[in-house]
Design a protein around this ligand. Sequence first.
Ligand SMILES: Cc1cc2nc3c(=O)[nH]c(=O)nc-3n(C[C@H](O)[C@H](O)[C@H](O)COP(=O)(O)O)c2cc1C
Length: 212
Amino acid sequence: MDMQRLPTTRVIHPSILYFGTPVLLITTRNPDGTANITPMSSAWALADRIVIGLSGGGQGLANLRREGECVLNFAGEHMHRGVERMAPTTGRDPVPAWKAAIGYRHEADKFTLGGWHAEPSLSVKPPRIAECPLQMEARLLLEINRPLEAWRDAAGGYAIVELEVLHVHAHDDVTVAGTQHVDPRRYRPLFYLFRHYVGCGTPFGRTFKAEV
Ligand SMILES: Cc1cc2nc3c(=O)[nH]c(=O)nc-3n(C[C@H](O)[C@H](O)[C@H](O)COP(=O)(O)O)c2cc1C
């Protein structure tokens, strides 16, 4: 690019730094045996590990801490309305004061709220969400609790959680038949981008390591 034509910049102070990550719906088991769904998007993967960031005080985090297992269900583009119906809710009862103050309410049955169906998992107790194109059963390896100045007086910090993925379930129609591959042309994840929902854009081709 010609130096004369480089874009100009300015320093900004955005209220959040959600630069665009897939929406995960984490299923965990409540103490009474029912299932909870935690929508979240702060996640990254390396090998068979997925590391997630969860703010303190949530029901999903408490369940994960207690039972040590969960399912990471990856929302498809088509699921954005159900995700947003769930957005102002928590499985926690009573609702933490800071959440109640900004309009959150308790919701015991998030499957019905989302309009989704539960399917049993192979190795963990929480169910999978049948409508999600990818569903990963996982177990807790490590939790690190961190204070967060920006959320002082509210969530009281956040947890960095390392999970080991045990099984990956994939809808037939997002896999390449006869292989172990997900077909990136047909898998259409939902993304969370600066508090907006967006789908997949135009594919630009593959990296040199891609096998399909
Ligand atoms: C699209 C989306 C992404 C979110 N991402 C995160 C996240 O990465 N980490 C987090 O702690 N909360 C995130 N939240 C907020 C939680 O869903 C919210 O705190 C919820 O009340 C947790 O539910 P639970 O208390 O039943 O676990 C997100 C919410 C939505 C709708």
